[in-house]
Design a protein around this ligand. Structure first.
Ligand code: NIG
Ligand code: FE
Length: 411
């Protein structure tokens, strides 16, 4: 079906050519005022201002946007969407004074989620994750990455990744899969790190490669979890099988994770709450994307990511939700964009670019999504009438997403 969308107040992130944005480039968010948009076979065909529109083609349906602002759907490049149960008990423990690390040390946290996941069937996991995915699509997410990492056993990790594969096949939006077997050490390997790394390398990775279960290899590079050296060993084993590294780095400590990610040519290093000058300089001089997860810092009451320093240094920055039961029980990208403006002092233009076009590049989808560019998928957000682009992150508590279009069809 071909569609002509008319009377768009602002058509946002219009780009003839699509590129990953670095540093100052993120502050430029091109848009058309009083615009139309043509969609053909689910793809963006053409756009311009209403005064340049001369009639419509035969067999073309017309949709009057009535002053909606239209922008590319959010590209959420870091989530742990597949999990078995919530962890609000730990949320209350944190209110009562325990830290994320305290909870992890007493067997809660990731291990709590792993126990729940190993007790849940693949069908149930699929159903819960599917519900979450529908909710996120209605909030404007048009492409998403999902990680394993709550199995921590050969069966558990493969179960998670097979569920993600089913989601990939069933989902109308692109889904990318990351293997995060190295999320933490399971209790049986608490004192045998090499044993668990061998399990990952010798027993999990070959099956993952054989069944095509993952696009990326992820490691939680952090004090008390996986060291930079262990991260490198695990990522190289994945890279040999065609997986690209995309790692958790510099969340709780200045861990060296960013530099290891850069050295390996990682697609992205994610979190980056705890950055020093050396880590910022290494990232700025690389092709690796720095993915900031502000709702995780918010939920854990951690210092926010130094977005201004990263942008001033010329880094390529993406924003993602980190949706997971322990550190960010929300996948709402509208909130991520608002928080980035409010707490990270990103400009609305920078935050929207980081959550759309750069998010797409952080999933290898830069040619398909993230901007209003001819030939890209028509995965779009239609807002309620808003006076300006800055109003979107400004009105942080309101749901301004009126309609969402996926592959040219309203959901
Ligand atoms: O990205 N930091 C490691 N992993 C997740 C949290 C996982 C959990 O607490 O369940 C994160 O924040
Ligand atoms: Fe994460």
């Amino acid at each position: 079906m071909n569609l002509l969308v008319t009377n768009i107040h602002l058509l946002v992130n219009t780009r003839k050519e699509s590129n990953l944005l670095r540093g100052k480039q993120l502050a430029e968010l091109p848009f058309f005022e009083n615009a139309y948009l043509r969609i053909e076979k689910g793809l963006i065909k053409e756009y311009g201002t209403m005064d340049g529109l001369t009639g419509h083609g035969s067999g073309e349906e017309v949709y009057d946007a009535k002053g909606a602002t239209v922008l590319p759907a959010w590209c959420d490049s870091h989530t742990h969407l597949v999990f078995a149960g919530s962890r609000e008990g730990e949320f209350v423990d944190k209110i009562n004074g325990l830290s994320y690390a305290d909870i992890a040390a007493r067997g809660g946290g990731i291990l709590n989620s792993a126990a729940k996941l190993n007790d849940t069937t693949a069908d149930d996991l699929f159903d819960i994750a599917w519900q979450r995915l529908q909710e996120l699509m209605r909030l404007g997410t048009g492409a998403i990455e999902m990680k394993s990492g709550y199995g921590l056993s050969v069966e558990g990790e493969l179960k998670m990744l097979r569920v993600i594969k089913r989601l990939k096949e069933a989902s109308p939006i692109p889904v990318k899969a990351s293997f995060l077997g190295a999320h933490t050490y399971p209790p049986a390997y608490k004192n045998d790190h090499q044993g668990y790394i061998n399990l990952i390398v010798q027993q999990m990775l070959p099956v993952i490669a054989e069944e095509g279960l993952a696009d990326y290899i992820d490691v939680f590079c952090e004090e008390g979890f996986f060291s930079p050296e262990e991260t490198e060993t695990i990522c190289f084993a994945g890279m040999k099988l065609g997986l690209k590294p995309k790692i958790h780095a510099n969340q709780l400590h200045v861990s060296g994770g960013t530099q290891i990610g850069v050295k390996m040519g990682a697609v992205s290093v994610d979190h980056l709450e705890a950055m020093d000058e050396a880590a910022i300089t290494a990232l700025a001089g690389s092709t690796t994307i720095g993915t900031l997860l502000p709702t995780a810092a918010f939920f854990l009451r951690m210092p926010f990511q130094p977005a201004r320093a990263l942008l001033n240094a010329g880094c390529a920055i993406a924003l993602a939700s980190d949706y997971n039961p322990g550190s960010s029980p929300s996948g709402n990208m509208n909130l991520v964009v608002s928080m980035s403006c409010i707490q990270l002092k990103m400009l609305p233009e920078e935050a929207i670019n980081a959550a759309t076009i750069n998010g797409a590049y952080a999933m290898g989808l830069g040619n398909e999504l993230g901007s209003i560019t001819e030939g890209k998928r028509a995965n779009l957000i239609f807002t309620r009438p808003i006076p300006s682009i800055a109003y979107l992150p400004y009105a942080f508590g309101s749901n301004l997403v009126d309609k969402v279009m996926i592959n040219g069809v309203f959901i």
